[in-house]
Design a protein around this ligand. Structure first.
Ligand SMILES: Cc1cc2nc3c(=O)[nH]c(=O)nc-3n(C[C@H](O)[C@H](O)[C@H](O)COP(=O)(O)OP(=O)(O)OC[C@H]3O[C@@H](n4cnc5c(N)ncnc54)[C@H](O)[C@@H]3O)c2cc1C
Length: 398
């Protein structure tokens, strides 16, 4: 067992955290995932368990009450959690991105105000860039914050907020009038504190109900509507307007490693299910694993699981070293999500007709994998980022 997706050179602490999480996933997540997912039910007990393990503060510095662990530790934890159920990793992912943005770009007051309570899970983060008419083209954001009486008034509509209803702190990217020539220099991230729940949660701020999705159930995804919502200027992340695009892109860069890690987890679980099933199911007098066509599928699936894991680990380590990892994070996200879609598809085929039954886990994994091709930037956007980076580094001397 456990030959795939191993990581060399981990510290004792990292090994211990991973072993604890792996046990938690096997005992507390996998046995309940199908039922909760089919009921579209929020995994409240699992979330409580993650709070107790300190996972909400995994990467928050120790001075703010967190465990001060690296992006690599986080990514390996996410890989394990997604192996159990991707929606659970969705609960902590937006939280992790907001904590990262605060840690890197927040003012000292903002860090003190939020990070200790984020470490315990009392404050839970979500982040919002997308709008009904844009996702990839972030610089085209229309939601606008205009200055008024020392603060700002926000109007507009945001879309696709993961944890929009169950978070109480949302980092929202909006347009402000900085008079800059380039559109992305007129974007600002506001830290919007709000109660959890749906409807008009604050004057001028509405979270309509959950969007009904194909998969990724249990975790809520919502819209966010601003209609004359007033917010103080000191809720601007980092204190200075016009820096929001840079802050969000930094958040999304670590988010891409996280999406790659989720894809690795789902692909690993699909492989585990397929290799087990292939040894149980018999056709033409032998286990289907003994038909070369199936054995070769397993070999290809395992190779993809391994390749994606190594690229994800490389991208995480690069970011942890302080180096820019836009190209490597893009590559890891691209290959892990595409391979994940292929591996789940092959695992589904190996299950024959049973793969189409809701009794079998692969049915759920098949519906989860497509989201990874879209979230934190589609494959086309990853290729744009990768090719730009390559042309920057391999500039023609001719
Ligand atoms: C379940 C779910 C959860 C989400 N959670 C969040 C969240 O928490 N916060 C948040 O801000 N967003 C979130 N999103 C939004 C997500 O990031 C966007 O859906 C994604 O970035 C794609 O944007 P879009 O849907 O507007 O597609 P579009 O940008 O309209 O793209 C449509 C198609 O055109 C292609 N395309 C676009 N531009 C180019 C180009 N220049 N060259 C080639 N092809 C191109 C795309 O690859 C895609 O195939 C979530 C989405 C989903 C489905």
């Amino acid at each position: 067992m456990a030959r795939l997706a191993q990581t060399a050179g981990l510290t004792d602490i990292q090994e211990e955290i991973l072993s604890t999480v792996r046990t938690f996933v096997d005992k507390e997540i996998i046995p309940h995932a199908q039922t909760l997912e089919h009921a579209d039910e929020y995994p409240a007990d699992i979330v409580e368990g993650m709070k107790e393990m300190g996972l909400f503060g995994l990467t928050i510095p120790e001075e703010f009450g967190g465990l001060g662990e690296s992006l690599l530790t986080y990514a390996l934890v996410v890989e394990q959690i997604a192996r159990g159920w991707m929606s659970v990793s969705g609960v902590i992912n937006t939280h992790f991105i907001v904590a990262h943005m605060l840690k890197q770009h927040g003012t000292p007051e903002q860090k003190q105000k939020y990070l200790p309570r984020m470490a315990t899970g009392e404050v839970r983060g979500s982040f919002s860039m997308s709008e009904p008419e844009l996702g990839s083209d972030v610089a085209a954001i229309r939601t606008r914050a205009t200055k008024s009486d020392g603060g700002y008034v926000v109007n507009g509509q945001k879309m696709w907020l993961t944890n929009g209803g169950t978070s109480n702190l949302t980092a929202v990217l909006v347009k402000t009038d900085e008079g800059a020539e380039k559109p992305h220099q007129n974007l600002t991230t506001f830290l919007v504190e709000k109660p959890e729940g749906y409807g008009e949660v604050l004057p001028g701020l509405t979270i309509p109900g959950k969007i009904d999705k194909m998969g990724y159930k249990g975790v809520d995804t919502t819209e966010m509507v601003f209609d004359g919502f007033e917010i103080a200027a000191d809720q601007i992340l980092g204190g200075t307007a016009g820096q929001g695009f840079r802050h969000m892109m930094d958040g999304v860069e670590v988010g891409r490693v996280n999406v790659a890690a989720r894809a690795c987890g789902i692909a690993l679980r699909s492989f585990e299910l397929a290799i087990e099933y292939a040894q149980q199911r018999r056709t033409f007098g032998k286990a289907i694993a003994e038909h070369q066509a199936i054995a070769f599928k397993l070999a290809e699936m395992a190779t993809k699981v391994e390749a994606a894991h190594l690229m994800m680990v490389n991208a995480a380590r690069l970011k942890d070293s302080g180096a820019r990892n836009d190209v490597e994070a893009g590559m890891a996200k691209l290959i892990a999500s595409e391979y994940c879609a292929e591996v789940t598809q092959e695992a589904f085929r190996i299950h024959g007709g049973y793969g189409y039954s809701k009794e079998y886990e692969i049915e759920r994994l098949m519906r989860e994998a497509p989201f990874l091709l879209i979230g934190e930037g589609t494959s086309e956007i990853q290729k744009t980022i990768i090719s730009r980076g390559l042309l920057r580094d391999y500039q023609s001397r001719g």
